[in-house]
Design a protein around this ligand. Structure first.
Ligand code: NAD
Length: 351
């Protein structure tokens, strides 16, 4: 095998698409998927590739430093693509400490394990940290986030991701580790946990439940199809320059309310409902504390320097996503049973 790549968080939404892409495109890489299988991790996401010879799953928690050292040694890890994280802003508002533990301490544990395993040979290894555009804060006066935009995180989630980004850069600067970071905008697509806007709305429209929209739905996000993010991660991993940061986005800004209306139209058509029926479910709820107004990514650097482009238009991606959720009811039933119900009632019904 040419490389033994540790992909963390590979059972989650984005991680599962990255694992699938690497396992199928690079048979000469051994892919070790490390995941603690929190509420967001689901091995059903990888059923189609679990028997592949170059794939292995390891259940472990990145907060366990000793376990990280052991795994690096046992599997002869040559490279890391780090996606494991607590990823939901609302949960970070309710419980910031879990975000500090996984996103900050967990990332530093991985950096330390890599440092110990690769010392003296850093040029042969790569530590790739996958991050978010939320580290840049909120845009109020137009413009875009570029790679040099100063960090200004506003939520416990984005503060924890910003901190982990700083640690990765510090390890490159201090120890000479070969690192690369990418900061991506909002992803959507298959396997997305239904606490996030798009899958939550698809699920609720199908079940005829209210569609909770924060504030007036005016918040703007840039959206990218998850498979296009996985393709970008492939490109950055192989072609990105060490020490660099790459912003990844779709140049595809939408207000939350407009996305929800689009989903209602698509779902009405697919479910054979009268036009306008699902829009009646829209319910405005109290705004999220400290809700950032607008994120918008300038992805010119990765496009011009590494030749990456998104492959799908948003409307096409939404059609594919809705079809996937309608065809995978079992997946949705599994992830929305048990603790999801408790979370949902507390977040939207108990106010
Ligand atoms: P996710 O919540 O769907 O998946 C996270 C995965 O990490 C899960 O499988 C979970 O079990 C695992 N995990 C959590 N804590 C762990 C721990 N302590 N040890 C080991 N595994 C643990 O998240 P996602 O949306 O797929 O995001 C993946 C990464 O991409 C994150 O780092 C996130 O910050 C970043 N990101 C996400 C988006 C987005 O729109 N979803 C956009 C940009 C960047």
């Amino acid at each position: 095998m040419d490389k033994h790549i540790l992909i963390t968080g590979g059972a989650g939404f984005i991680g599962s698409h990255v694992v699938r892409l690497f396992v199928t495109r690079y048979p000469r890489y051994r892919i070790i998927n490390l995941d603690a299988l929190t509420y967001a991790g689901n091995l059903e996401n990888l059923k189609d590739i679990e028997e592949r010879e170059n794939y292995q799953f390891v259940k472990a928690d990145i907060c366990d430093a000793g376990e990280m050292n052991r795994i690096f040694a046992e599997y002869g890890i040559t490279d890391v693509i780090h996606l494991a994280a607590e990823s939901h802003v609302d949960r970070s508002i309710a419980d910031p400490m879990a975000f500090i533990m996984t996103n900050v301490v967990g990332t530093v544990n991985l950096l330390n394990a890599a440092r110990m395993a690769w010392q003296g040979e850093y040029e042969k290894h790569r530590f790739y940290h996958v991050s978010t555009d939320e580290v840049y804060g909120s845009l109020h006066d137009g413009g875009y986030f570029v790679e040099t935009t100063p960090y200004d995180p506003q939520s416990p989630y984005s503060a924890s991701k910003a901190s982990s980004d700083h640690f990765v850069r510090a390890y490159a600067n201090t120890y000479g580790m070969q690192t690369v970071i990418s900061n991506c905008s909002n992803n959507y697509g298959p396997n997305h946990f239904p606490e996030k806007l798009i899958p939550l709305c698809i699920h609720n429209i199908k079940s005829n439940k209210p569609l909770p929209i924060y504030g007036k739905g005016e918040n703007v996000r840039d959206w990218l199809y998850v498979v296009d993010h996985a393709r970008a991660i492939d490109v950055v991993f192989h072609k990105g320059a060490s020490g660099e940061t790459y912003n990844i986005g779709g140049f595809n800004e939408w207000k939350n309310i407009d996305i929800v209306r689009l989903l209602c139209q698509v779902m009405d058509r697919k479910l054979g409902r009268p036009e306008g029926e699902s829009e009646k479910l829209i319910t405005f709820v109290k705004d999220r504390a400290g809700h950032d107004l607008r994120y918008a990514i300038d992805a010119s650097k990765i496009m011009h320097e590494l030749g990456w482009q998104p492959s799908l238009q948003f409307e096409e991606g939404i059609e594919k996503t809705v079809d996937w959720y309608l065809q995978n009811e079992e997946w949705l039933t599994h992830v929305t049973s048990g603790s999801y119900q408790d979370y949902y009632s507390q977040q939207y019904e108990g106010r």
